[in-house]
Design a protein around this ligand. Structure first.
Ligand code: AMP
Length: 216
């Protein structure tokens, strides 16, 4: 399957993408994960992206398109891909359209995960992430805490709050989302690709997508 996952930070794009990879082996491509990896590794890309990310701002479109031009042409994408956190702006969506035409790939849907703002805020402030880059398991201090506080169940590494998940950075990320990313819903509606899903349960989202794709 070839899908874009749209939705505010905390809408569950990463969780849904992970579940979908298990359905048919399509790869999850998260620009946020790629950028966090670059920051950790101290690459040129990481150095350029870090300040924007910490502030909850978007990284410039040309850097993101540079990443995606390469990533989408890697062989593992031929089978299918789940774009998680990309595109985030209209220029990125337009550039993606051209890139997909160039490589001869056709999207199935742009899935919009529609989650009420109170649920998003609660999820983001209580989310914790495993600090081990190879694990990155996601926890929630209220609904899904690790068995031992602050320690990852899967790999034993410290479980942390992401730098951009402080209250201040979260409200900036939501503002950025409303201003720059929410207009993509209209963009994909006009393209005839939009699938809007009321997304409070990730299992229901996955089931709905499978039904729409005829693989339920
Ligand atoms: P995420 O994990 O998707 O919430 O991304 C974390 C941060 O990485 C965002 O707040 C942005 O600073 C940056 N980022 C991720 N994807 C993009 C994108 N497609 N365009 C611009 N910035 C991005």
């Amino acid at each position: 399957m070839k899908l874009i996952l749209l939705g505010a930070p905390g809408a569950g794009k990463g969780t849904v993408a992970k579940l979908l990879t298990e359905v048919d082996g399509s790869v999850q491509i998260s620009t946020g994960d790629i950028l966090r990896g670059a920051v950790r590794a101290g690459t040129e890309l990481g150095k350029k992206a870090e300040a924007y990310m910490k502030a909850g701002d978007l990284v410039p479109d040309d850097l993101i398109m540079g990443i995606m031009e390469e990533r989408l042409q890697e062989p593992d994408c031929a089978k299918g891909f789940l774009l998680d956190g990309f595109p985030r702006t209209i220029p990125q969506a337009e550039a993606l359209k051209k890139l997909l035409e160039k490589i001869g790939a056709k999207l199935d849907f742009a899935v919009n995960l529609d989650v009420p703002r109170e649920v998003i805020l609660d999820r983001l402030t209580t989310r914790r992430t495993c600090s081990n880059p190879d694990c990155q398991a996601i926890y929630n201090v209220k609904s899904n805490p690790p068995k031992v506080e602050g320690v990852c169940d899967k790999c034993g590494s410290p479980v942390i709050q992401r730098d951009d998940e402080t209250e201040e950075a979260i409200s900036k990320r939501l503002e950025t989302y409303n201003e720059k990313t929410a207009p993509l819903v209209d963009f994909y509606e006009k393209e005839g690709l939009l699938l809007n899903i009321n997304a409070t349960s990730s299992d229901v989202v996955v089931q709905t997508i499978k039904e729409k794709l005829g693989i339920a």
